[in-house]
Design a protein around this ligand. Structure first.
Ligand SMILES: Cc1cc2nc3c(=O)[nH]c(=O)nc-3n(C[C@H](O)[C@H](O)[C@H](O)COP(=O)(O)O)c2cc1C
Length: 213
């Protein structure tokens, strides 16, 4: 059972065996839309990951969220590598199950981190993000992080993802805002994340249901 909106989701729910590579929050109601959260930071104490963990709190119980935690396990992309390595197959399963994907990535040397670009390269051949609704959240300080946003949008456009523009947000999350629970309590940040959650909900509600053949 998930938590009420705006309150922390249960921490007892983390990582079912079949969801290795993700922090999961249990589906709180049957058929709840699924959002996969992908942080571009591998750093313990990451502000980007904390923002997504907070997003998951806020999204419950209306959404089932999974925080992808397997970025460091994704091997370097090898074109034509078949079958794909297990961490990549696990990622693809997560992407296939997701109704929407939210990215939150730091800027490294003017771009998204290479590890995230590498993850995204694995999705090119399998079209895993093709027509997938996506949003990005930047937690960089004002005036920073634009290179990460621009490069992420370029790659997401290349793989054919559909940006939910209304759900994308620039929110500053300082390291000092990350609590011992690796979440953000700051009301302004939580309000912005709640707006992003709501925008994804509105987008998915308005999207035409898949046609049955
Ligand atoms: C190798 C490296 C390169 C970085 N390059 C940039 C950069 O080009 N532009 C920028 O604004 N910040 C840059 N930063 C700062 C990070 O974006 C910033 O520390 C961010 O908060 C890290 O996110 P995290 O807290 O989720 O790990 C860089 C940090 C590292 C470690």
């Amino acid at each position: 059972m998930g938590s009420a909106p705006g309150t922390p989701a249960s921490e007892s729910s983390v990582v079912e065996p079949e969801s290795a590579g993700t922090d999961s929050v249990p589906e709180s109601r049957p058929g709840a839309p699924r959002i996969l959260l992908i942080s571009g930071s591998t750093r313990p104490g990451s502000t980007n990951t904390a923002a997504l963990r907070t997003f998951a709190d806020i999204a419950a119980p209306a959404f089932t969220t999974e925080l992808f935690t397997g970025l460091v396990e994704i091997p370097a992309f090898v074109p034509g590598d078949q079958p794909a390595p297990p961490p990549v197959r696990a990622l693809r399963d997560r992407l296939a199950a997701a109704d929407a994907v939210v990215f939150c990535a730091p800027e490294y040397a003017g771009f998204i981190p290479g590890s995230l670009k590498n993850l995204l390269e694995w999705t090119v051949g399998g079209a895993d993000l093709h027509e997938k609704p996506v949003a990005w959240i930047s937690v960089a300080a004002p005036g920073r992080g634009e290179g990460a946003i621009t490069s992420l949008r370029t790659v997401l456009g290349y793989v054919g993802a559909v940006e939910i523009e209304s759900a994308c947000r620039r929110i500053t999350v300082l390291g000092t805002m990350v609590g011992p629970d690796e979440k953000v309590a700051d009301a302004t940040v939580r309000q912005a994340l709640a707006e992003s959650v709501a925008a994804i909900g509105a987008y998915l509600s308005a999207a035409p249901a898949p046609r049955e053949l």
